[in-house]
Design a binder for this molecule. Structure first.
Ligand code: HEC
Length: 190
């Protein structure tokens, strides 16, 4: 019993001392060439769930990767109004072609677009913003490498206005109301 306890304590101490406190990448994580950065970015976009929201069909379990990340017309309606996942391909007029890699990184880190408009929920930027510099720049390089697709996602709507097809979120149940400091870009629920 005592041995088990000692082992558990050692494991706990080790895992605390291994915890990453900074955004420095772990050894072996830094892609060296542009092609490797793009590959790493594609991997991060896949496991980070970007396709779920930003690729047509993603929320129906069948993301159409031939139109990957070209935005969605399925709205998310909640206390923040209705938001539509943007076209993340580098199309100049309808996508984020005018954003530099730095602009993309800043948007993911601050939750604000280059023109100052905040990112509405459910875009989970507070989590993505914690990626290491190497990872977040790899993600930006990947987005810049996508084939540009012309598709304008619907503009977001203020609370109370009904838009095209939307997932409707009711006011949160009591348990889900934020109680302390947390992450999230939206206004507090009514
Ligand atoms: C749960 C759904 C969801 C997921 C997952 C998600 N997004 Fe978003 N994203 C959105 C929505 C909705 C918007 C539009 C928000 C608004 O209208 O302000 C958005 C906006 C953005 C924008 C702003 C583009 C512009 O319009 O200027 C960027 C950049 C972005 N997302 C990148 C990503 C990346 C990269 C990932 C994956 C690592 C990701 N998103 C995952 C829902 C999501």
């Amino acid at each position: 019993m005592r041995t088990t306890h000692a082992i558990l304590t050692i494991v706990a101490v080790l895992s605390i001392s291994c915890r990453r406190e900074t955004r420095e990448p772990l050894a072996g994580e830094v892609p060296s060439s542009h092609a490797e950065r793009v590959r790493r970015g594609e991997y991060l976009a896949m496991v980070g769930g970007c396709n779920d929201c930003h690729t047509p069909g993603g929320m129906y379990g069948a993301a159409d990767l031939s139109r990957r990340l070209s935005g969605s017309e399925l709205g998310w309606q909640g206390p923040w109004g209705t938001s539509y996942p943007s076209n993340l391909t580098p199309h100049m007029e309808t996508g984020i072609g005018r954003y530099s890699e730095d602009d993309i990184v800043k948007t993911l880190r601050t939750g604000k677009r280059p023109d100052g408009r905040p990112l509405l929920p459910p875009m989970p930027w507070p989590h993505y913003g914690n990626m290491s510099d190497a990872d977040v720049y790899a993600l930006a390089a990947y987005l810049k490498s996508l084939p540009p697709i012309e598709h304008r996602a619907p503009a977001s709507l203020p609370p109370g206005q009904a838009g095209p097809p939307s997932l409707v979120f009711p006011a949160p149940p009591a348990w889900d109301v934020p109680r302390g400091a947390g992450v999230g870009g939206g206004p507090p629920p009514p």
